[in-house]
Design a protein around this ligand. Structure first.
Ligand code: ADP
Ligand code: MG
Length: 704
């Protein structure tokens, strides 16, 4: 029975009465509607309330769209040229109303019937105190059909092309109505277990698909919408969680069975500080994951400065204790070097060899490192993408850390896996946190940990926004900080790595900084994409060592760099940066004991959105809050660190608006799969059937 039922829904759209080949072509091209079911899933944007008829005597400026039954008394054409319009006076038993047309006058002239009652619908306005509707929808009034006409009328998204070919929103409504009239209850089988539908008090799927288009009352529409949103999120979660479970069940991974001497020795004697609760929790999660014999694929989400590196170090020691090598991949050379220095220092008392491999590692040195990796004498290597280049062979790579992940693609990750017989455990550390709801959807097939706690004793960074006009005062402020022995960053926007313009901006900025901080007294260094690696390294070394007071740079300094003595960051043209980037940049200060400042210099003319971004930045330091706002402002498609995938393409649900529903859907899916991972129970058959019927229709297969 099911097979037949779903056949109606999968009928090609050209078989629908009123469609035909030409319109079908348009529907496919413009709206992606191929089948009956696709049309049913072309949901209305909203409904126009045509359930009521208003008396003219009751009209008032507080009303918006109104529907009226009235008789045409007379009409006239008035005005010249552009002002030419047709004005019709209509009346019911309570008053008189004016209708106005500026366009299509001759057509109206021909078709408007005097002394006839019309059903009139349109947006009410007032002109010289008189109520008026311009370009109303008009229909000759037939009392017998009134019931069918007064309803909540769906408004559909359409396109200019469709409108030009007689497929506007109203015509789409007609087609949908025709379709729904052909569909019976058994054509739309339930796709969720009865238990869920009942517990959540959802309408049936059949009802929901009717009411979303043609509800009898607004409440029905709301219920239908909730159900359809839930359904969409639920199936997304089922799919993602099954991918995760399947990986847990089938993937083979190295077993880290013991916590050994290296880990314990370091933990007990060489930790420079107490771990935060979050760090401890995450290390424990990873220890559990890596002891099970399945490959770990974990995303570590933590705010800037939450101490992700230390988690990585502990994991690498754990790997070494179990006889495995590990690598840490950073997105930039500078960052790799910093990690190398920091980690070498940490591990030095324990005599654990650590190597650094980047694009600029000298040939002779490279040879030694490659040998050490191949024969296993180097347990820990830190580097850039040079690590995944062909000649690098590991004896036994067991743990791979990808830091500040968004710059590494999936393909690069896959390349890492090829380096050992079993794939190593993978820990991806984010540069910027993304909201939980987004993580659940974009990374629902990974395991993820959240570090939502900063090490104690951090002073909040004070962030202020200043107009460019206030530049000299800002410079004086920076001077007082430098005189106290602190260091400062000046950051310029970088739109394209190689853009000449950006470079010129930066040069000008550099000259300007020099003019305030003359070189006989202050040392200012530059860093940008046009410099050679040696030049960049030299600048960076001077700044890190404290010899340079000021670092002027593009966003290449954005990620990860750690100079605790730097207490001021001035961001030029701050309105040109996105929220997460600003937050990343700001994270470069506030890393030491001193009070730190971030100054957002902006132009005087800012758009609404830029203004909003500046307000968010000055009001909070919490990366998770900022991520949430970023998602609200930009939508999920643009957030850095999310994958381009079908996972975020929803027809009706929205991960920004439907957070609670998403949590509920995720929990419900989890419960179902916990009890019945392969969906073999009779009650879960609807889920299984639906998944099968939807195969190949979404981008899910692309998710690795
Ligand atoms: P991120 O999460 O941004 O990568 P880092 O790992 O660079 O952060 O850590 C930021 C700074 O905080 C470093 O200087 C690090 O030594 C320090 N740190 C990390 N964990 C702790 C802790 N538990 N207590 C105190 N300081 C810590
Ligand atoms: Mg980091």
């Amino acid at each position: 029975m099911h097979e037949q039922d779903s056949q109606i829904l999968s009928s090609p759209i050209e078989y629908l009465k009123g469609v035909g080949p030409a319109r079908a072509d348009l529907l496919k091209k413009e709206l992606g509607i191929y089948t009956f079911y696709d049309l049913l899933q072309h949901y209305p944007l909203r409904h126009i309330d045509k359930t009521k008829i208003t008396l003219i005597g009751q009209l008032n400026p507080g009303l918006d769209y109104v529907q009226i039954v009235a008789k045409i008394m007379h009409w006239d054409i008035v005005g010249e040229k552009r002002g030419r319009r047709l004005i019709a006076m209509v009346k019911d038993e309570t008053g008189i109303l004016e209708l106005v047309w500026f366009q299509g006058i001759s057509w109206i002239q021909k078709n408007l019937l005097e002394s006839t009652h019309y059903l009139i619908f349109g947006k009410l306005s007032y002109f010289n105190g008189r109520p008026q509707i311009s370009h109303p929808e008009m229909e000759v009034f037939h009392p017998a059909t009134l019931e069918a006409k007064t309803r909540l009328e769906p408004v559909y998204p359409s396109s200019e092309k469709l409108k030009a070919r007689q497929l506007n929103g109203r015509q789409l409504a007609k087609l949908t109505e025709v379709l729904l009239s052909q569909i019976q209850t058994n054509h739309i089988p339930e796709n969720m277990p009865e238990e869920i539908v009942q517990t959540l008090q959802f309408p049936s799927r059949y009802e929901a698909l009717h009411w979303i288009h043609f509800p009898n009352q607004f409440n029905d529409y709301q219920r239908a919408k909730t159900r359809l949103k839930f359904e969409e999120l639920f199936f997304a979660q089922i799919r993602l969680q099954r991918v995760r479970l399947a990986r847990h069940a089938s993937s083979k991974g190295y077993v880290f069975e013991k916590v050994g001497d290296l880990f314990l020795n370091f933990y007990n004697h060489h930790l420079p500080f107490q771990l935060t609760g979050a760090q401890k929790r995450v290390v424990k999660e990873i220890r559990q994951d890596t002891s099970r014999g399945h490959q770990m694929n974990r995303l570590l989400q933590g705010d800037v400065g939450s101490g992700k590196t230390m988690v990585g170090v502990l994991c690498m020691l754990l790997a070494a204790d179990n006889g495995f090598q590990s690598c840490l991949m950073a997105p930039t050379e500078i960052l790799a070097q910093q990690h190398f220095q920091g980690i070498s220092e940490l591990l030095q008392p324990m005599n654990v060899p650590v190597a650094l491999l980047t694009g600029s590692t000298k040939k002779a040195e490279r040879k030694v490192i490659l040998e050490g990796l191949a024969n296993g004498s180097i347990p820990i290597v830190i580097g850039t993408h040079a690590l995944i280049e062909d000649p690098v062979i590991f004896k036994k790579l067991g743990f791979a850390i990808i830091d500040e992940q968004h710059r590494f693609g999936v393909a690069q990750r896959a390349a890492l896996w090829k380096k050992s017989s079993l794939p190593p455990h993978v820990l991806v550390m984010t540069a910027t946190p993304i909201p939980r709801t987004l993580a659940m959807t974009a990374y629902g097939d990974l395991d993820y940990s959240i570090m939502d706690e900063l090490p104690p004793g951090r002073q909040p960074i004070t962030t202020i926004q200043r107009n460019e006009m206030a530049r000299s005062r800002v410079m004086e402020f920076v001077r007082t900080e430098i005189e106290k022995g602190r260091q400062a960053y000046f950051v310029y926007p970088l739109i394209e790595e190689s853009s000449k313009l950006d470079y010129e901006d930066l040069e000008r900025g550099y000259q300007e900084v020099i003019s305030y901080f003359p070189s006989h007294r202050y040392r200012t260094v530059k860093i940008h994409g046009k410099l050679t690696q040696e030049q960049k390294d030299a600048s960076m070394r001077e700044f890190v060592s404290g010899k340079a007071n000021i670092l002027v740079g593009t966003t290449v300094i954005e990620v990860g760099v750690n100079v605790p003595n730097a207490s001021v960051m001035v961001i030029e043209s701050a309105e040109k940066f996105g929220l997460s980037q600003l937050h990343q940049l700001r994270g470069r200060v506030g890393r030491g004991a001193e009070k730190s400042f971030c100054i957002l210099l902006t132009g005087s003319k800012m758009g609404q959105e830029s203004r909003q971004r500046m307000e968010i930045m000055t009001s909070t330091n919490d990366g998770f809050v900022i991520a949430e706002k970023d998602l609200e402002m930009r939508g999920p498609g643009d957030i850095e660190g999310t994958r381009q995938s079908g996972a975020l393409d929803f027809k009706i649900a929205s991960i920004t608006e439907d957070k609670e529903l998403l949590e509920l859907a995720a929990k419900t899916a989890e419960k179902v799969l916990e009890e019945d991972p392969d969906l073999n129970l009779a009650k879960n058959l609807p889920i299984k059937k639906y998944l099968q019927s939807q195969k190949g229709k979404t981008g899910w297969s692309k998710i690795s």
